[in-house]
Design a binder for this molecule. Structure first.
Ligand code: AMP
Ligand code: MN
Ligand code: MN
Length: 318
């Protein structure tokens, strides 16, 4: 084992009360990774709290252990771990101010080394893939409920094994997890296919304003759209996966109004040579070459104008 893995193993062994955090607007990899690591540490006799500042989205309520996830941490901890989180701000208010996480486990291209120990593998398709590879070396056992969570992280971050970083290793890991008795078809359907009626109506609002210019296909989702459709999240309900499937475009963007002063922006690069993480970084965000995001200050029209201008510029410079 390398020094890093020996150090992680020692920290995990020494800790009794462990807090696990992940990013705001959590996705399947954030939640699956948190639950997989949390359940494995509980099986090893640790007290574990799993906290998502935004709470658990209904899409992932079926995951083993999901009922344990809470929106706020309570009490003291001797170890804090973040999973699938590229910087401290992404962990949201659950990360105590002035406290570095003890262990950061992630796979983003733009991750800062903001923990004491940083296990970051940008080549990995999901944080769940990093965990699948390393949990056994840390003395933790992958049981069937843990496998269901890990597989959910793999399936969601690769969009059902479709992204270009779906390596033979990811498929082998999925096969190993399946052998532990996981029902992949049901997990796949629940996390990637099924959606609520409200989410579909919310999509409709966004799709009705879809635009395309200069190789950029984009739309917005507003607070009013959420109110009208009854969609309770503050994300794009994964509309980006529809918009990024549109032909004859180079970049897809969705602007999600958060309040009068903040807009969540998602970019997807639709051509292999593009690196949208670099564009997102200019707005204080980050992510991967093909998928990146940022939370940008300003009203929806202002942010839209600035982001489209800089994205056009980035396209011209390719
Ligand atoms: P999203 O557009 O939110 O689906 O995110 C696409 C990718 O960019 C994911 O890997 C996110 O973790 C990452 N990402 C999204 N927002 C941010 C942000 N504000 N800072 C850093 N990374 C982000
Ligand atoms: Mn994520
Ligand atoms: Mn991820």
């Amino acid at each position: 084992m390398t020094d890093l893995h020996t150090a992680i193993r020692q920290k995990l062994q020494a800790a009794q009360r462990i807090l696990i955090l992940s990013h705001v607007r959590p996705d399947g990899d954030a939640i699956g990774s948190m639950l997989a690591l949390g359940l494995a540490l509980q099986d090893a006799g640790k007290q574990v709290q799993m906290v998502l500042s935004d709470g658990l989205p209904a899409t992932f309520k079926h995951l083993p252990g999901a009922e344990q996830i809470r929106a706020q941490a309570e009490g003291e901890f001797d170890l804090i771990i973040t999973v699938d989180c590229s910087d401290a701000a992404r962990a949201g208010p659950a990360l105590p101010p002035n406290r570095r996480p003890d262990i950061v486990i992630d796979h983003h291209l733009t991750t800062e080394a903001f923990g004491e120990l940083n296990l970051v593998d940008p080549a990995a398709a999901a944080t769940a893939s990093v965990l699948t590879r390393h949990l056994p070396a840390w003395g933790l056992t992958i049981t069937a409920p843990i496998a269901a969570n890990l597989l959910t992280g793999l399936v969601t971050d690769t969009l059902g094994f479709r992204t270009s970083n779906t390596t033979p290793e990811v498929l082998r890991q999925a096969a190993d997890l399946l052998e532990l008795g996981v029902d992949m078809s049901t997990l796949y359907f629940r996390s990637l296919v099924r959606r609520t009626f409200a989410a579909a109506r919310y999509w409709g609002a966004g799709l009705s304003r879809l635009q395309r210019s200069d190789g950029i296909v984009y739309t917005s989702l507003t607070l009013a759209d959420r109110q009208a459709s009854g969609y309770s999240g503050r994300d794009d309900a994964d509309l980006i996966s529809v918009v990024s499937s549109i032909d004859e475009s180079e970049i897809a963007i969705i602007f999600v109004e958060q309040d009068s002063e903040r807009v969540k922006v998602s970019w997807r690069g639709l051509k292999p040579h593009l690196d949208v993480a670099q564009i997102a970084k200019q707005f204080g965000g980050g992510g991967h070459r093909a998928a990146a995001g940022a939370e940008v200050r300003g009203s929806l029209p202002e942010v839209q104008e600035r982001v489209l201008r800089l994205t056009r510029r980035a396209l011209n410079h390719e």
